[in-house]
Design a protein around this ligand. Structure first.
Ligand code: ATP
Length: 380
């Protein structure tokens, strides 16, 4: 696993999770999920506390036995393989380093099961792993002589030293302060691209998931709510849960006037608009979503498709962006997010404006039951 000589050693690392379920007595933590993860993918399990992501990861690691279902790693069912014999390794939120061992010996501890390696090979592996996490000059330090970020890198090196096909990461940045989390996100994705092994990452932080993943799954109540690339899941949420969990969402109470077809006519307050219905919502009352950065504002008095009059309620300056809250004639307040630059129009409270909700950004959301059918149809 030397720098620049990575992925070729791990052509494997694909994972198939089939009908996976875990019950703890009365509690169903994971409720029959199916996920295929490609070799070399950075895949994230995202969801609120208690959604079942850690339990899923622990079953992959071999720390929990599934109640039902299968886990295949490179096509091999690992049900009967104990944790330490699986081609996976885990990094936890708490680094769990040994305080009395220096960095080098903490990392070498990861090789404790590898009786086939001699002393020289072990030292070479440890040096490579420390190089990967950019800690080569720190090998003789004890954990208390390192920052939190450096300690987490030692924990990463200890997991990478075994050259696993799959690395499981359970909120590994969770114990770090916000600034360090940000810089370590980029480092961790860079490291993953470099070693080329499959990363399965657990987090409840949607920004982290969007920034780092090739694909992600949003979970709730032990089930998959949506699976896709960060762009797909953010731009094309199927349900209110996903729209609301990922980023900021303007959720609109609407009535869908037409049945069938991708573009639909909807009623929103006193306005008739066009909106997309990608998940096949039936006619009737429902919800639609539009992201704040897609809500366009213009001078008052403009008419045309998907336009309506509004009044600026308040503005919030956020540095690089400004939130403009606009009240519509029927009382609803929508958020528009403007990027600040010299050309940006400024708005102030009480100012009349025209609000445009472009049809390509306005999406009718499926009910949970509709989305479940849709997701099922996609996987079969
Ligand atoms: P968090 O982000 O808070 O860690 P999570 O999404 O990782 O949450 P899990 O830890 O997988 O969620 O837990 C899913 C559900 O299963 C929760 O309701 C939890 O209380 C329950 N659960 C997890 N482990 C056990 C256990 N050993 N015994 C009983 N219930 C458990």
């Amino acid at each position: 696993m030397a720098r620049g000589d990575p992925a070729s050693q791990h052509p494997g690392g694909s994972i198939s999770i089939v009908g996976l379920r875990k019950d703890f007595g009365e509690v169903t933590a994971v409720d029959g999920i199916n996920i295929d993860i490609g070799a070399g993918e950075f895949f994230t399990l995202l969801g609120p506390s208690g959604c079942g992501k850690t339990t899923t990861l622990r079953m992959l690691a071999g720390f929990e036995q599934p109640t039902e279902g299968q886990i295949l790693i490179d096509g091999v069912d690992v049900a009967q393989t104990p944790a330490h014999k699986r081609p996976v390794n885990t990094v936890f939120q708490s680094y769990a380093l040994f305080p009395h061992l220096d960095v080098e010996r903490n990392v070498a501890y990861g090789l404790r099961w590898r009786k086939d390696l001699d002393k020289r090979e072990r030292a070479a592996r440890v040096a490579k792993a420390l190089d990967l996490v950019q800690l080569s000059g720190y090998s003789k330090r004890r954990p208390h002589q390192l920052s939190g970020g450096q300690q987490q890198r030692v924990a990463l090196a200890r997991a990478l030293v075994l050259e696993p096909a799959v690395l499981l990461l359970d909120e590994p940045l969770g114990a770090l302060d916000a600034k360090l989390r940000h810089s370590l996100r980029a480092e961790l994705t860079g490291l993953q691209r470099e070693v080329g092994i499959t990363f399965v990452f657990v987090t409840h932080d949607q920004e982290e998931a969007l920034e780092m993943s090739n694909r992600l799954v949003v979970m709730d109540g032990g089930r998959i709510m949506q699976l896709g690339s960060p762009e797909e899941v953010y731009n094309e949420p199927l349900t209110e849960f996903v729209a609301d969990f990922l980023g900021v969402a303007n959720l609109l109470g609407i009535e869908c006037l037409s049945d069938g077809g991708f573009m639909r006519t909807i009623r929103y307050g006193e306005f008739t608009l066009e909106a997309q219905a990608p998940a096949g919502h039936a006619a009737g009352e429902g919800r639609a979503v539009i992201r704040p950065e897609c809500v366009e504002l213009a001078a008052a008095g403009l008419t045309g498709a998907n336009r309506m009059p509004g009044m600026v309620d308040r503005t919030v300056f956020l540095g690089s962006t400004t939130q403009v809250m606009v009240r519509l004639p029927h009382g609803a307040v929508l958020q528009s997010l403007m990027t600040n630059n010299a050309a940006t129009e400024t708005y102030s409270a009480g100012q009349p404006v025209t609000v445009c909700l472009p049809a390509e950004s306005l999406r009718i959301l499926a009910t949970s039951a509709e989305a479940a059918r849709f997701a099922y149809a996609e996987t079969v």
